[in-house]
Design a protein around this ligand. Sequence first.
Ligand SMILES: [Zn+2]
Length: 244
Amino acid sequence: MSVIDELLDLQEQDSVIKSLEKQVHDIPKRRKLEQEKLDDYRRELEQARETLEKAQKVEASSRMDAEAQEAQIAKYEKQRQEVKTNNEYAALGRQIESCRRVKAEYEERAERARAHIADVQESIAMFEARLAEESASVEAYADELRAQLVEAQEKLLAAQEVRDGKAKALQTPEKRRFLDYYDRLRKKYFPVVFRVREGNGCPGCHMVLPASKMQQAQRNAKLADTPDKMDIVACDYCGRLIFK
Ligand SMILES: [Zn+2]
């Protein structure tokens, strides 16, 4: 294999590694997103439970208030039977009327709270069912992601080992400078090595390269099996390695 092919081969291996590294990096993020979705559902359920509690308190206190008014009415009615004058009788009658109005308001409020409670209970049942369903599916997906992560990690280790072998082949005195150049640049750009079959544009940055550059690349191609005689031919703009 010529040094050009070896570099391209190494670069292909690095691209495999990059995609595996991306998977290893992204899978836990996907898992976290799924968990967050569940947290949203839990929050919604929690809020509905709080609303229910408040409505139940309103219902209970309104009912007690209505009962208190009822007791008051009974007291006034008892007093009315014992009064001596018509005026006193009429005054108690007005008190009783007023208590009845207030009592009716409390009863109405209790009734509204009961209707609200029924609605909220329905929502809670729906939220609980949804959470249970989503939890089960998130759980299953999390298992799947865990398996995917383990697989990607194993593949990554194997790919790195293969890469070491390929890089080793380039660690000879005559090839080493190509490997070093490639390793330096790949941290900044990827891919780094290009074989330009047609035209004279850099495939990396798309700048037009001078004809002399392409001639150098042409000359390199003929010397591909004698790397010690080859030059490092790189794009003047981005530095990517250009081969013919
Ligand atoms: Zn370029």
